[in-house]
Design a binder for this molecule. Structure first.
Ligand code: 3HC
Length: 294
């Protein structure tokens, strides 16, 4: 299998910008593609902000940060991905959109390149099957923030060759990540366990077991979690959480994966969590405060 030198990342959102940054940090050349200049500038801006923070904290020299940034080329054109050795998609959790995107990218990127999806829950095979390289297609599931979280789930779907899977594992290890291989089942390992936990926290809130702050404080102090479950839901993005629920509910038909009414209401209001400034909390001042509208 050809050596990976250039990595294409589709989507510069919450996950895509982080995946691009860690790939460039590991020495890969990166082509980061977004739908338009506005989204691209926002994604690149996030990377630049992280790099400035890292320089301020003395974790990286300015010259190192400049070199890292220099390895990331932003684009709005699929054509720029043609010579990539590995393309990772991190676009929105919407299967029809992903399929449309892969059909187009598959025609452009060199035939021996590897394709990977960072999907949080959608079965990998559905995406692999619309390309002409289903044996070189696998899942690489990163965790938010990708710059910090150690894990990458590497997902083998029924068509993935052993050789391609090994290349995926080796790539994630080159990023300094711990890899765990999982089967191609909705939610893989982490979201299979984490999503029902966040949904149960929402249900506990609905049942009046505790307030938003109490539920979060309890899990932080009582179970040593870095964030409480409702803060985590806002952090992951309520739209993403909602999409994952729908996929998992559709797959398993179990109540524990169903969207609780409060989540539906927040989504209907356009409150997607931290990224939109409001979710279970409001993010206006120094510290988040529980959303009084819920
Ligand atoms: N990007 C890059 N670096 C970041 C960052 C970001 N968005 N956020 C924090 N960091 C870095 C900081 O720079 C800091 O680095 P330093 O110690 O070298 O200075 C370090 O992480 C710790 O950050 P802070 O001191 O600001 O804050 P915390 O100690 O509270 O840590 C956190 C922040 C790492 C986000 C921590 O709260 C945490 O681990 N939360 C849980 C995150 C989690 O569970 N993620 C998985 C979500 S599920 C998922 O992603 C799957 C998907 O499919 C839905």
């Amino acid at each position: 299998m050809a050596q990976i030198k250039t990595v294409g990342v589709l989507g510069a959102g919450l996950m895509g910008h982080g995946i691009a940054q860690v790939s460039a940090d590991a020495g890969f050349e990166v082509v980061l593609r977004e739908v338009d200049e506005e989204h691209l500038t926002k994604g690149l801006g996030r990377i630049e902000k992280q790099l400035s923070r890292a320089v301020e904290k003395g974790r990286i020299e300015q010259s190192g940060a400049d070199a890292l940034r220099g390895r990331i080329a932003g684009t709005t054109q699929y054509g720029e991905l043609a010579d990539c050795d590995l393309v990772i998609e991190a676009i929105t959790e919407n299967l029809p959109l992903k399929l449309e995107m892969w059909r187009e990218v598959d025609e452009i990127v060199k035939p021996d390149a590897l394709f990977a999806t960072n999907t949080s829950s959608l079965p990998v095979i559905n995406q692999a099957a619309v390309t002409n390289r289903a044996e070189r297609f696998f899942g690489l599931h990163f965790f938010n923030p990708a710059q910090v979280m150690k894990l990458v789930e590497v997902v083998k779907c029924v068509t993935t060759s052993d050789e391609a899977l090994a290349a995926g594992v080796a790539f994630a290890k080159q990023l300094g990540k711990l890899t765990v291989q999982t089967k191609d089942k909705a939610g893989f390992i982490v979201n299979r366990l984490l999503v029902p936990y966040m949904l149960d926290a929402i249900r506990a809130y609905e049942e009046g077991v505790g307030s938003i702050e109490e539920i979060d404080a309890a899990m932080k102090a009582g179970a040593a979690h870095p964030m409480g479950p409702l803060t985590l839901a806002d952090f992951v993005g309520l739209d993403t959480l909602g999409s994952i629920c729908d996929v998992m509910f559709d797959e398993f038909r179990e109540r524990r994966f169903a969207q609780p009414p409060t989540l539906r209401k927040l989504l209907a209001a356009g409150w997607y969590g931290k990224k939109s400034g409001k979710g279970f909390y409001e993010y206006r001042g120094e510290e988040p405060v529980a959303n009084p509208g819920i």
